[in-house]
Design a protein around this ligand. Structure first.
Ligand code: BG6
Length: 485
């Protein structure tokens, strides 16, 4: 279904996010007929480029980041014809009247302003938009993460943006919320009877959330070194996954109803303090090793300097509520791990008693594994009888749904869904100000605990599952990290 016609202004138009994610996402939505022909995508950045030169850059980007099979020449040229460009200084005065002039040509368009720039510029871009009369009822601003580096800076950004945009027009993106399986988690929990009945501390032993990447810091070492895994992945993506797993049923799917429930989870997170930081957290940093059979350098070599920034973190977290009392959530994320893999594992309690003889291995607990990537899907691990006349021997088997095989269609990238939601004005999959700030409030506590008990990050070889201390973190509780799919 086509969305309304729009003029989308992308600040940071020559940057990495635009090149890798935004242009390909817009291209696919155009190819599939969702973007009306009267729409424009206006790149904005400080570089002095002609519209033609910007289109050429976009052509190169699409050739790099969209598989050739999806790039018919005609469609590509038709898409590029919707691109325009204006040189604008986000922090200064230059270029704003040119942008205003362009936008004035079509005053009735829906107008998303996508800020794919450094967050330091969010305030000044928004002020400039207001000063030049560019904000109307159909305008929306999209903020990329990171929104700040702690609660204080997040508040400052939210204040600056909030001065000129009402909250309903602010779309704070967390691209994990646009992933199909993440949305499927809502369907799984709230459109089925069987799981929600079991979704309690009486039945669930613990939850694990793993987001592992094979890449290192690549070209982003400058940013990453000031951030680290906690700020880069946990404060946003992983806490959002935790929220969707742990929240109560929202009243409906309206943005505020869903966000109210997520906020309660964030507020129920038990603070991690200096007293327990050494038992419930592990920080790691990758050293040289091999990923996919290829030797790779360590973080310090990638960075070209000394650093105590963590590229891996494992945490044991508690949600203080009736539903989750006593159910630990084990979270881990890291760069340079053996696989790119994101999954949520809900492990149910072991059956209380076994009628099967012990040699029949009858006590594996049930697990529900929700796989975000790769091969999005879900599986439920259940005990079954080993076939054959060998007697009553048990083994775990999977009830397995691979979405791609089941639905036989391409899985859109998260940004495709989220960009179209911005145009539609649907904020359900975006974060509200209080959510971002609650997540920071909790993360700040942990950062402070680390600062109070300073320890260098533990080294782990690239291509391994993180420091051995992260295995000890869960094994100390008599549990283990879920082995691969
Ligand atoms: C980004 C982080 O938000 O998410 C990156 O800044 C990380 O460091 C990326 O690589 C992971 O996203 P995805 O969709 O590839 O899992």
């Amino acid at each position: 279904i086509p969305v309304a016609s729009f003029d989308c202004v992308v600040f940071g138009a020559t940057g990495d996010l635009t090149t890798r994610k935004l242009l390909p996402a817009l291209y696919y939505r155009f190819r599939d007929g969702q973007i009306p022909n009267t729409s424009r995508i206006i790149g904005a950045s400080r570089s002095e480029l002609s519209a033609e030169a910007f289109r050429e850059r976009a052509r190169d980007a699409l050739k790099r980041f969209v598989p050739a099979a999806d790039l018919a020449d005609e469609t590509l040229s038709a898409f590029l014809a919707h691109l325009d460009y204006v040189a604008v200084d986000g922090a200064g005065e230059d270029g704003w009247s040119d942008l205003a002039e362009k936008l004035a040509e079509r005053p009735d368009q829906v107008r998303p302003y996508y800020l794919a720039t450094s967050p330091d510029l969010y305030g000044s871009i928004c002020r400039n938009l207001a000063q030049h009369g560019l904000i109307g009822a159909k305008s929306r601003v999209v903020l990329e993460k990171p929104i700040g580096k702690d609660l204080k800076s997040a508040r400052a950004i939210n204040d600056a943006v909030g001065e000129v945009f009402p909250e309903e027009q602010i779309f704070r993106i967390d691209h994990y919320l646009g992933k199909e399986t993440v949305q499927n988690l809502l369907a799984l929990r709230f459109a089925n009877t069987i799981f929600e009945r079991l979704w309690t501390a009486d039945v669930i032993d613990h939850v694990q959330i793993t987001v592992a990447e094979t890449v290192g810091v690549e070209s982003r070492a400058g940013y990453y070194d000031t951030s680290g895994a906690l700020r880069d992945m946990v404060q946003n993506h992983i806490l959002q996954l935790l929220c969707l797993t742990a929240m109560e049923s929202p009243l409906n799917l309206e943005a505020n109803a869903v966000r109210d429930e997520k906020l309660k989870v964030l507020r129920a997170l038990k603070p991690i303090t200096a007293a327990d930081v050494q038992t419930v957290t592990v920080r790691g940093q990758y050293v040289a090793g091999a990923v996919d059979g290829k030797p790779v350098e360590g973080y310090l070599a990638d960075l070209g300097g000394q650093s105590r920034t963590e590229t891996f973190v494992a945490l044991k977290v508690e949600v203080q509520s009736w539903r989750w009392a006593g159910v630990p959530f084990y979270l881990r994320t890291g760069k340079r791990m053996p696989d790119k893999l994101s999954e949520i594992v809900v492990q149910f309690r072991a059956s209380p008693f076994s009628i099967f003889p012990s040699e029949a291995f009858g006590r594996e607990p049930n697990r529900l594994v929700i796989r975000l990537q790769p091969q999005e899907g879900m599986k439920l691990e259940v005990m079954t009888k080993d076939p054959g006349p060998g007697g009553m021997r048990l083994r775990p088997t999977n009830l397995d749904i691979s979405f791609e095989e089941t639905f036989k269609q391409r899985y859109p990238d998260a940004y495709e869904r989220l960009l179209m939601d911005v145009v539609r004005g649907n904020a359900t999959l975006f974060m509200r100000r209080d959510e971002v700030e609650a997540a920071w409030a909790w993360a700040d506590g942990l950062l402070k605990a680390w600062a109070d008990r300073p320890e260098p990050p533990r080294p782990y070889a690239s291509g391994s599952w993180g420091p051995t201390a992260s295995i000890a973190l869960i094994e100390r509780d008599g549990r283990t990290w879920h082995e691969n799919w």
